[in-house]
Design a protein around this ligand. Structure first.
Ligand code: ADP
Ligand code: AMP
Length: 216
């Protein structure tokens, strides 16, 4: 199996799909957002350095992110990169890193969805901070409000999922991350899927997008 970059705005459903593919198909999810939140909660140097950027909805500097990913890239499982890369510099560093580890270049799947729907998804998001499993109060509610169906743990709302920060994160996505669509398209590594569909339909489209490339 090939490593895959899940490319899409905040709230597009990347984490939701990564969790599904991890549980059912043996992929490994590497979410830079989840890793940074863990660092922040544990009060590491990196966590402290990243905190302000995350709170403001800005990107954490490339050098810090790339170093963190380098340290996390191990094992034989195919990786789903979730929320990384977010800049062209990060995408170039990832290609170089994977090549240096003889893993081959990743394919990218772009989650197509409107800005309005991204906003609605983030506003209703509830997360299990321990496992990264996400719910939505309207689209995918847990059986009991505030409790994870799977492990009974508490669900929380992210502090950056509030209106002003959401707007900033969407602006940052459009300015700094959208150019990656062209980056992966140029090298023939991009597939796009309709991310406005329900969770199961998106999983189906994602698996199809990944499989198609397996034949090449
Ligand atoms: P990302 O990782 O791209 O930021 P998430 O996977 O956390 O996005 O999803 C954002 C929110 O949208 C969550 O509340 C999640 O439950 C919900 N969601 C994810 N995929 C779908 C979907 N296909 N349809 C409706 N809601 C979804
Ligand atoms: P996410 O959980 O992917 O929505 O990320 C939450 C926040 O973490 C972002 O708004 C950024 O501040 C930071 N972050 C996560 N991944 C990256 C990345 N690849 N590059 C820069 N900042 C990141």
């Amino acid at each position: 199996m090939q490593d895959v970059v899940l490319l899409g705005g905040p709230g597009a459903g990347k984490g939701t799909q990564a969790q599904i593919l991890m549980r059912s198909f043996g992929y490994r999810q590497l979410s830079t957002g989840d890793l940074l939140r863990e660092h922040r909660n544990q009060g590491t140097e990196l966590g402290k350095a990243a905190e302000g950027y995350m709170k403001r909805g800005e990107l954490v500097p490339d050098e810090l992110i790339i170093k963190m990913v380098e340290g996390e890239l191990r094992g034989d499982s195919a990786v789903l990169f979730d929320g990384f890369p977010r800049t062209v510099a990060q995408a170039e560093a990832l290609d170089a890193l994977l090549q240096s580890r003889e893993r081959g270049l990743p394919k990218a799947v772009y989650f197509e969805i409107s800005r309005a729907l991204l906003e609605e998804r983030m506003l209703g998001r509830w997360t299990n901070p321990r496992t990264g499993r996400v719910y939505h109060e309207k689209f995918d509610p847990p059986k009991v409000h505030g409790i994870d169906d799977q492990d009974g743990g508490p669900l929380v709302q992210r502090e950056d999922d509030k209106p002003e920060t959401i707007k900033k994160r969407l602006d940052v996505f459009e300015a700094q991350t959208m150019p990656l669509v062209a980056y992966y398209k140029q090298s023939g590594r991009l597939a796009a899927i309709d991310a406005t569909q329900g969770v199961d339909a998106v999983t189906h489209a994602l698996l199809h997008a990944i499989d198609v490339d397996h034949g090449h």
